[in-house]
Design a protein around this ligand. Structure first.
Ligand SMILES: Cc1cc2nc3c(=O)[nH]c(=O)nc-3n(C[C@H](O)[C@H](O)[C@H](O)COP(=O)(O)OP(=O)(O)OC[C@H]3O[C@@H](n4cnc5c(N)ncnc54)[C@H](O)[C@@H]3O)c2cc1C
Length: 500
């Protein structure tokens, strides 16, 4: 197995897009087979090693950044299997953890199939997207990654291989999971007892619901309970046709009315072929950042909406007419808006959406301070209140900020971009106020990016001490010697104190 411990090779593993700068590691392993990966974990206690799993470093919360532990990179485990059709409208593909999401999507599409999860950034590894239950714009129609995973092969912290198909291991009526493994022996443990918020997206802490599937405990557990080594991804037929458009508004009230009516249309008909799959938002400051690359953005726009709607050749004209009518009735800047009907132009429009976080990251590289960013979502009907709260709080303090993201799922990212350390500290204390506000609205601390190391200290506000202790209990049950991804989700102090 390849092992590297020279500083030049290790430096990249000390970073992701969180801007955490305190990572350090004695070395990185690059298993080339799943057996090698399992052997590393089997030998962890005897060798006195702890491991942090690494994908491709596009995460936003420092999850892959080691704090003194060894790194395991999955980059050599990158096999993408063939498309296996199992019904007219169903296929699957077996992939290893280190396969690139963009390559998987491309291969599926070449064969006329579609893997819906699309967390904006295509340079991520599929194993990480499962470990993080990644979402993205299309989650509006298709839900997060967990909805598209038929099977995972997990390497547990003691080195057991657990081959887990969806439906194979369910919690009983008391919430108990039972399984027997060669190394860990008989495992009997209870799912977390807390309930999750009523948001359409939620990705903070371990998944929990009545009679849940064990596969859903691992999906989204951010590598704390096991390593995703391989997975079967469910594929559906590629949509026949798509309408994409970027619509500008002079008034933010008109923009919000437009979304409201659009969603009413969508909810009437969520599962048929002609259906909205993405509603994304840009405030005027976000558009301001994008203007350097896209000078055609109209200066007088107060905000913009990017939508993607699946359609068919037969209904495309009627769908376009309905969209134009809605734009007119909501005073959209129709003449300045951008409509894309062919795949090349649609890819350019998606690139517009992708460009924003990249431009902000580039801007931040020139600053001394890290951004303060929210990833919170609220239940249906509450997003306007949260948007106004974000906006007025930032305006009062004179911050540079942008608000953008997945408004269709009542989920907006606020990025505060501090110019100095004083602003950074003010932004951090504001972040706590945002958490209180979102929780009061019944929302979630993280809708998609997860908790990682960056947000672990805040999770207690959502689940209280009791909820964090429940997660620590499960973590210690599956990882009794604490060898895997320590520091993600659960603050270390809870692992030291909690008895399993
Ligand atoms: C421009 C940009 C836009 C983004 N937009 C979105 C978005 O819209 N929606 C969204 O959800 N995310 C988004 N992200 C975040 C990011 O792409 C995802 O979190 C992605 O899943 C990270 O993949 P990675 O391979 O880079 O993982 P890394 O950053 O390397 O690791 C992420 C986490 O996964 C763990 N991990 C890695 N591999 C495994 C494994 N095999 N088994 C167990 N644990 C593992 C790591 O320990 C770490 O905790 C965006 C990122 C960028 C840079």
């Amino acid at each position: 197995m390849i092992y590297k411990n020279d500083q030049a090779s290790l430096q990249g593993f000390l970073e992701d897009t969180s801007n955490i700068k305190t990572g350090h590691t004695p070395g990185a392993f690059f298993p080339e087979t799943i057996e090698e990966l399992a052997n590393l974990l089997k030998g962890a206690v005897a060798e006195g090693r702890r491991f942090t799993m690494s994908g491709n470093g596009t995460g936003t919360t420092g999850g892959r950044i080691p704090m003194g532990d060894y790194v395991i990179s999955t980059e050599k485990l990158n096999h993408i299997g063939d498309v296996m059709q199992i019904a007219d409208d169903q296929a699957y593909m077996t992939v290893q953890a280190g396969a690139l999401l963009g390559e998987i999507q491309k291969k599926a599409e070449q064969h006329g199939w579609f893997y819906p999860p699309d967390p904006t950034e295509k340079l991520c590894f599929i194993g990480s997207t499962i470990a993080n239950n990644s979402s993205g714009a299309r989650t509006l129609k298709y839900g997060p990654t967990r909805k598209h995973i038929a099977r995972i092969l997990v390497v547990l912290p003691q080195g057991d291989l657990l081959n887990l198909a969806r439906g194979a291991c369910m919690a009983d009526d008391n919430g108990m999971f039972k399984l027997t493994l060669p190394i860990a022996g008989d495992l009997v443990f209870q799912r977390p007892q807390y309930s999750m918020p009523e948001t359409s997206k939620h990705n903070a802490g371990y998944f929990s619901e009545e009679n849940m599937d064990l596969i859903d405990l691992f999906i989204g557990s951010e590598g704390t309970l096991g390593v995703i080594a391989e997975a079967d991804l469910m594929l559906i037929p590629l949509p026949e046709s798509i309408i994409s458009c970027l619509i500008y508004f002079r008034s933010i009230d008109d923009l919000f009315s437009f979304i409201q009516y659009l969603k009413i249309q969508h909810l009437k008909n969520p599962n048929n072929q002609a259906s909205l799959r993405a509603i994304e938002f840009f405030d005027k400051h976000a558009l301001g950042f994008l203007t350097a690359k896209y000078p055609e953005i109209p200066a007088e726009s107060a905000g913009a909406i990017f939508i993607e709607q699946e359609t068919t050749t037969e209904s495309e004209e009627a769908d376009l007419e309905a969209l134009f009518a809605l734009m007119e009735s909501c005073n959209a800047m129709s003449d300045e808006s951008w409509m894309a009907l062919d795949r090349d132009e649609q890819a350019q429009m998606r690139e517009f959406r992708h460009a924003l976080p990249l431009i902000v990251t580039e801007w931040l590289r020139k600053q001394q301070e890290s951004k303060i960013s929210t990833d919170m979502a609220v239940p249906a009907g509450k997003i306007r209140e949260l948007f106004d709260f974000y906006r007025s709080s930032c305006e009062q303090l004179g911050f540079i900020y942008i608000i953008f993201g997945h408004i269709g799922n009542e989920h907006l990212h606020l990025n505060i971009l501090p110019r100095n350390h004083e602003e950074f500290l003010l932004g951090k204390s504001l972040y706590r106020q945002f958490i209180s506000k979102v929780l009061a609205l019944g929302g979630t601390l993280s809708a998609e990016h997860g908790i990682g190391k960056l947000k672990a200290e805040y999770l207690v506000e959502m689940y209280h001490e009791s909820g964090i202790k429940e997660m620590a209990r499960i973590k210690k049950y599956l990882d009794p010697f604490l060898v895997l991804n320590i520091g993600n989700i659960i603050p270390a102090a809870y692992l030291e104190n909690e008895q399993h």
